[in-house]
Ligand binder design. Structure first.
Ligand code: GDP
Length: 534
């Protein structure tokens, strides 16, 4: 997605009211709690505690898989839609664990903005920083929520300084906290001159909001003890002097982040944050295709697959392709062109993830995320259009950083294992390489935990117990170049060669030296650490 150019016509109202975003955070900062409050205020769930409820009683809503329930980590991204005031929000869940960064990267290609949640006591943590860098690669606008202000936290100026220093982004306070920890009363809304008071008695209640006439309004004294009020006035005065004021353009370009202080568990600050994305945007953005840019105001329906999830429902063994619609008004039953196969595809049972349950989508608009159940035709990076041959760019596959060989503990199940592996490869859960010499498969991942997840999914979903074993190879590179040149490399280095699940040639390496040697001896081929999926 790219920034809207200012001379474009206005978007159709239904598209203009879409807000499609993700939440990035370090584990434990409060992403799940915040998600839950969004859904609660968006009317998508009736009761807090439905997202990742403990125990049997309520099924997890945003986490689909057994693994997630067992481990409490969000392994795969899913999308949830809800309405709040005039806006339709599409929240795309990003996997929280650092081992799933490729999935996260792709998820972030499908959103227009991100909310960065930080823990007020901990500030910018490692995973926040990493995810932030990914957002920065794409100039995504970022809204910051500083959570857990009801606990002892750091000084506000210190938190803001840390964000500015570590992430090299301007921070504009959208609210200013009043008191901290046990004394936390609420916040002063710096964008709208309101006083927001937290209700400690009811955690799911939206805060009381009092309209003020600036910081000198005598009403402030009715609600805030003298010492805290003096501190608040002094701090805001300093903040206005030292920190930049919120600038929408700068925010939309990714140079500035507005920060809200709140407490997700007490529902405090959540509404202001939602209003923030709603009012300041961004609206659905452009996407890039190899042929041209695709604008959200185009009449025709166009979209791309950013995620494929297999076996979401073990009973049906279906696959769902998550499609980000870029433009147009989609209606159920529509025939779209699947660009990679050049075939028409009737989209008869698309799914909208209205948090509570999967629901048949009768219609959707540019900006929305729909799920399309399919039997494997739809792959990550695929475009769906109304006939135009567009190839979406910027959805890469990354070379894995860890390789292991895998085999079924029961040799009779080898053939089934191949099928399972191919499915996971297409889902993007792992890279699967078939070496040219010998039998078996080599599986590549980014983080070690993924091997464990894979092993348990292969067993759970396919009934095949497997063993992962160390491989002599440590990395892989896609081989790019003219056919003659690649063939020469392949023929002389069979012991290093494999094919990926698309049948493309891959050079498996043991040491950097292997790569250096190819670069030296085969100037006509390129070894690439990424591959564009399109
Ligand atoms: P995630 O790992 O980022 O999804 O974090 P969770 O939403 O699961 O929250 C981690 C822990 O922090 C949980 O025990 C939450 O109950 C707690 N928590 C979340 N928000 C707040 C808050 O505003 N204040 C306090 N005191 N605890 C919170």
């Amino acid at each position: 997605m790219r920034r809207i150019m200012s001379n474009r016509p206005a978007l159709p109202p239904e598209i203009a009211r879409r807000r499609t975003f993700a939440i990035i955070s370090h584990p434990d900062a409060g992403k799940t709690t915040l998600t839950e409050k969004f859904l609660l205020f968006g009317g998508a769930i009736q009761m807090a505690g439905q997202v990742r409820a403990k125990g049997e009683a309520r099924r997890t809503r945003s986490d689909f898989m057994q693994m997630e329930k067992d481990r409490g980590i969000s392994v795969s991204a899913s999308a949830m839609s809800f309405d709040y005031k005039n806006f339709r929000y599409n929240l795309v869940d990003t996997p929280g664990h650092s081992d799933f960064s490729e999935d996260t990267y792709r998820t972030l290609t499908a959103v227009d903005a991100a909310i960065m949640v930080i823990d007020g006591a901990k500030g910018v943590e490692s995973q926040t920083q990493k995810l932030f860098e990914v957002c920065r690669l794409r100039d995504l606008p970022i809204l910051t929520f500083c959570n857990k202000m009801d606990r002892e936290s750091r000084e506000v100026f210190e938190i803001i300084d840390e964000i500015q220093e570590n992430l090299a982004i301007d921070v504009a306070p959208a609210s200013w906290p009043i008191g901290v920890g046990r004394d936390f009363l609420g916040a002063y809304d710096m964008l709208n001159d309101r006083l927001e008071l937290m209700d400690r008695a009811d955690r799911n209640k939206v805060a009381e909001s009092i309209k003020l006439d600036g910081l000198d309004d005598p009403k402030l004294a009715d609600h805030i003890p003298t010492d805290l009020l003096a501190k608040l006035r002094e701090e805001i005065e300093m903040a206005r002097e030292l920190l930049p004021a919120f600038d929408r353009q700068s925010f939309l370009e990714g140079h500035m982040t507005p920060i809200w202080f709140g407490s997700a568990i007490n529902s405090f600050g959540v509404k202001e944050l939602m209003d923030g994305i709603g009012n300041y945007g961004p609206e659905p953005q452009f996407a890039n295709a190899a042929e041209r840019q695709i604008a959200p105001d185009e009449k025709k329906v166009q979209g791309f697959v950013f995620k494929v999830q297999a076996n979401m429902d073990p009973k049906h063994r279906d696959r769902v392709a998550f499609v980000r619609l870029i433009s147009g008004h989609f209606e159920r039953g529509m025939k779209l062109t699947h660009v990679r196969s050049k075939k028409p595809m009737a989209i008869s049972n698309p799914v909208l993830f209205l948090a509570a349950d999967r629901e048949l989508a009768e219609e959707a608009w540019g900006g929305d995320i729909i799920g399309i159940p399919n039997h494997g035709q739809l792959r990550i990076g695929d475009a769906l259009t109304e006939g135009e041959m567009l190839h979406i760019t910027g959805i890469p596959s990354f070379a894995p950083e860890l390789l292991q060989s895998v085999r079924a503990t029961d040799p009779m199940k080898g053939k089934h294992l191949e099928k399972a592996l191919m499915q996971f490869a297409e889902e993007g859960a792992a890279k699967v390489f078939k070496p040219m010499i010998g039998s078996g498969f080599i599986v590549g991942v980014v983080g070690a935990l993924q091997f464990e997840v894979l092993a348990s999914r292969i067993e759970l979903e396919y009934g095949i117990p497997v063993r992962f074993e160390p491989s002599q190879f440590t990395s892989a590179r896609w081989v790019l170049g003219k056919e003659e040149a690649t063939e020469k490399l392949v023929n002389a280095n069979k012991q290093h060669m494999a094919t990926d699940n698309d049948g493309d040639p891959v050079f498996l390496t043991r040491l950097q030296w292997d790569i250096d040697r190819v670069v030296r001896d085969y100037p006509d081929v390129t070894l690439s650490a990424t591959k564009e999926l399109m």
